[in-house]
Design a protein around this ligand. Structure first.
Ligand SMILES: *Cc1c(COP(=O)(O)O)cnc(C)c1O
Length: 232
């Protein structure tokens, strides 16, 4: 046994998650190549992320711009084919940094943000793919456009702000059946001609795949529980 078992664990758990994705795809009659696994590395330091990079994982998700700015430039220097996904709420005053560092934004949910992103992307000549986040559970404390306002907002993102909208994202309420929310998101995407669905986390990614997820965002099932000091 070596000292760094927690790191070997992350690589082993990554392999298990990939197997479960493959199994869920087989069951749903889907091609696993159509499901992108985003390893959510929020709260974990570079040392914990490294073994997952070394195991070949290339899509990662972070929910805070500042934390990602602290961790990822050094990692991206070593692994220049990484795709970094912003999966947390974005404040307009952080848009400048977000557009520079991230490759995909999953959390576009209001006109002010759409406008700021559009302006910064044009300035940097960096037209990133974006997802519109939908608050499928209509939770007051949660980000995302309300389901009944989604069609209008998606249209504005495309036509007014000229964003490259590729799909929709949701985070179902913790205590509700996620399938209902995944089905709603799929329905809104379909009627708006959007192909990609960012949905499913450690506890429900197999269900999400059944409902058409193209991007699953998996954190603790790969990196272990958050909030415990890593490597200490
Ligand atoms: C933290 C987070 C995840 C990953 O959650 P796990 O339950 O650890 O898999 C996925 N999506 C978003 C938006 C998150 O903030």
């Amino acid at each position: 046994m070596t000292e760094d078992t927690s790191m070997q664990d992350a690589a082993r758990r990554l392999a298990e998650v990939k197997e479960r994705i493959a199994a869920a795809c087989a069951e749903a009659g889907r091609d696993p190549a159509d499901v992108t696994l985003i390893a959510v590395s929020k709260t974990f330091p570079g040392e914990a992320i490294l073994p997952v990079l070394e195991a070949g994982q290339r899509h990662f998700g972070e929910n805070r711009v500042q934390e990602a700015r602290d961790k990822w430039p050094a990692l991206k220097d070593r692994f220049d084919d990484v795709t970094l996904h912003l999966i947390g709420p974005l404040q307009t005053n952080k848009v400048k940094y977000a557009v520079r560092l991230f490759d995909v934004i999953h959390t576009v949910d209001r006109p002010k943000l759409a406008e700021a992103l559009a302006r910064e992307m044009e300035k940097r000549d960096r037209r990133l793919p974006v997802f519109v986040q939908v608050n499928t559970g209509k939770e007051p404390q949660k980000a995302g456009v309300m389901p009944e306002e989604a069609d209008t907002f998606i249209r504005d993102c495309r036509e007014v702000y000229q964003l490259n909208v590729v799909g929709l994202m949701c985070i179902p309420p913790v205590h509700e059946e996620p399938a209902l929310h995944f089905a709603l998101l799929e329905k809104i995407a379909r009627r708006n001609g959007l192909q990609q669905l960012s949905m499913g986390m450690s506890n429900d990614f197999e269900t999400a795949i059944r409902f058409g997820a193209t991007h699953v965002r998996v954190g603790s099932a790969i990196f272990g529980p958050r909030g415990t000091p890593v490597g200490g």
